[in-house]
Ligand binder design. Sequence first.
Ligand code: PGA
Length: 223
Amino acid sequence: MTTPSRITIIAGNWKMHYGPRQASRFASEIVPELGLLVHQNPHILSILCPPAISLSAVCEVMDAHLFRGIELGAQNMYFEEKGAYTGEISPPMVRELCTTAILGHSERRTYFGETDEMVTQFPAQHVKKVVVAYEPIWAIGTGKAATAEGAGNVIHLIRQLYGEMYGSEAAAALRILYGGSVTPDNISEFVAHPDIDGALVGGASIKSDFVEIVRKTIEVMQQ
Ligand code: PGA
């Protein structure tokens, strides 16, 4: 069982799905139910990460429902504050609507050449705000998820390494999620594992399955 005082995070990475109109429709479908679920449980946080162009549309739907516990995230951002960087969005821009940004996703590295050097351009004081997602590349979008035990072992190791770099207090506070073919059928195993603090969900986050994933997570938290 997850420790009740720790926040479990279920984030949905919509990837390149849903422009503003479709995003608004889909958000209107899931936000009311999702909102009710997370509203009743202060230890879960659900983050929706639509494409950048659809952030405002989803934000409007969320504002209309005024639920605590659902936040917005960007799928990527560039580290400069502003300037001649065609096509990019900056941290201050993201901050206007979002609490979170995904950085260094393996698809950004594979298709857009992002490197560790680019991803780690943020000042060290922000390290406390980082949430790590462990996503084995072979599990992303393949329908072949890791086992909870396997993911838990790697996550345990990540926490240890993080502790060596930033101290044991920071390591204990660090949230580490599992990602890769998470579905309503396997989420319970992952969130029941004591080392796993939630999930980064891709394919299942653009369907009503996402609400089911959150519902099952809450069931595990209440056991
Ligand atoms: P998936 O994607 O759930 O479709 O495997 C996860 C991710 O890439 O974040």
